[in-house]
Design a protein around this ligand. Structure first.
Ligand code: PGA
Length: 248
């Protein structure tokens, strides 16, 4: 059965005290949203302390390097991510694709490395505005899945979470309409079913991301194929994040 999930991507925001307070705040309300899995993705420098101080909270890393160790100055290895007790990793976020030139074959390596080390990849996909304008978003997103995800076995695929994040909606205040979100989520589930069978497709949570907030989460989460959200800006305050988590 598909899990309901609300994940907070804090990006490169917050200083230590703010990050620890936010994590504590989210931990305190975990019990009130029992049927929804909450995950936070803090800046990497705070992740280890947050994990130590907040038992029971799922903490993921926003980024990692897909090798166990070695001469990669400044990088954080996949085994180090696992070692501190993180549970999830973001892979393919549009900011990593666009600003840090992470291409599809590198993302494929990241997905493989995460799974090999027992981390759950939250694989982000989504089209930029120019693609949406010419109505080719379905084939664009399908290709992203083919390039970096569909090489997995069914067993591996079932461990993944997919996040559909239209690039034009990220941080812009322009949320996808419920029709746009549901159309893409339904298409993603159909492609997964074609590749792996219906049973697998019904196990995978597909999250929506892109200006999802306390006011629009309810209608988005009411869509048949939307299983939750990957939240940026609105995840930086406990109350809005929790309102979103309670929006199912
Ligand atoms: P946003 O970011 O909610 O601020 O649009 C979402 C994301 O980038 O994951």
């Amino acid at each position: 059965m598909r899990k309901k999930i609300v994940a907070g991507n804090w990006k490169m925001n917050l200083l230590s005290e703010e990050a620890f307070n936010l994590a504590n705040g989210v931990s305190e309300v975990l019990a009130s949203v029992k049927d929804v899995q909450l995950i936070v993705f803090p800046p990497a420098v705070f992740a280890s302390s947050i994990i130590e101080k907040n038992q029971g909270l799922n903490v993921g890393l926003q980024n990692f390097y897909p090798a166990e160790k070695g001469a990669f100055t400044g990088e954080i290895s996949v085994s180090q991510v696992k070692n501190i007790g993180a549970t999830h990793v973001l892979v393919g976020h549009s900011e990593r694709r666009a600003i840090f030139n992470e291409n599809e074959s590198f993302l494929k390596e990241k997905v493989d490395a995460a799974l090999l080390h027992g981390l759950i990849p939250v694989f982000c996909c989504g089209e930029p505005l120019e693609i949406r304008k010419v109505n080719t978003e379905l084939s664009y997103v399908k290709q992203q899945l083919i390039d970096s995800l569909f090489h997995l076995s069914a067993e591996e695929m079932m461990k993944c979470i997919v996040a559909y994040e239209p690039v034009w909606a990220i941080g812009t205040g322009k949320t996808a309409t419920v029709e746009q979100a549901e159309a893409m989520h339904k298409a993603i589930r159909t492609w997964i079913a074609e590749q792996y069978g219906k049973e697998v497709s019904e196990e995978i949570s597909i999250l929506y991301g892109g200006s999802c907030n306390a006011s629009n989460a309810k209608e988005l989460f009411a869509c048949e194929n939307v299983d939750g959200g990957l939240i940026g800006g609105a995840a930086l305050q406990v109350d809005t994040f929790i309102t979103i988590a309670q929006a199912f």
